[in-house]
Ligand binder design. Structure first.
Ligand code: HEC
Length: 173
């Protein structure tokens, strides 16, 4: 190979390299891909992103109004919602232990304190008093609020429905 031939090859490689770099640069400047703030799909159990956490904050804010909702709560509607609970909870005085503990006098009572009921260790450890606010949080998402509870109930999403139910629970005394 003479030196002229070598120069031609070297020049060809250099030009090709410059071309590739150039295309890449132009491509980058034309196609800027913005990362979506939320992923297109959410995989259960995977760590949440920053934006999801913000949403959670909003929900907590929303849950906090239960006392205002209680002012206009409908006990009759709450009694109707209690149909979702009655398979597991009695609602009468001296009511029996069912799958879950009795609900008589539950508002204000210490969690995990019915003498004839075998609670999960999670509920015993939780151990707070069932104030209106605590019930509101628990009944929104039981398994999330008392992690490890054996109450197999998804929760009540609607704020007014929970408020009505809590008003009804408060009448059980
Ligand atoms: C599938 C059965 C089931 C359903 C339905 C259910 N619960 Fe429960 N609930 C339980 C069990 C079991 C426990 C005991 C939880 C533990 O020990 O972790 C419990 C515990 C509770 C407690 C705490 C009681 C205490 O003595 O500290 C409250 C309050 C409660 N449930 C309210 C409700 C309400 C209101 C509903 C209806 C919206 C409901 N539950 C629906 C099974 C159920």
């Amino acid at each position: 190979m003479d030196s002229f031939e070598f120069n031609k090859i070297a020049a060809a490689i250099l030009v090709t390299a410059l071309f590739v770099i150039g295309v890449n640069e132009i491509g980058n400047s034309i196609f800027t891909v913005k990362k979506p703030s939320k992923p297109g799909y959410v995989v259960e159990g995977v760590a949440t992103t920053q934006s999801d956490k913000k949403d959670e904050g909003k929900k907590e804010q929303k849950l906090a109004d239960v006392k205002i909702l209680l002012a206009s709560a409908n006990i009759g509607a709450g009694e109707n919602t209690f149909k979702k609970c009655v398979a597991c909870h009695s609602n009468n005085k001296d009511g029996a232990v069912k799958i879950g503990p009795p609900m008589w006098g539950i508002v204000g009572k210490k969690a995990g304190s019915h003498p004839n009921y075998k609670y999960s260790s999670a509920m015993v450890a939780y151990g707070k008093n069932w104030t209106v606010d605590e019930l509101n949080e628990y009944l929104y998402k039981p398994a999330q609020y008392v992690k490890g509870t054996k109450m197999a109930f998804a929760g009540i999403e609607k704020d007014q429905e929970r408020a009505d139910l809590i008003a009804y629970l408060n009448s059980l005394k």
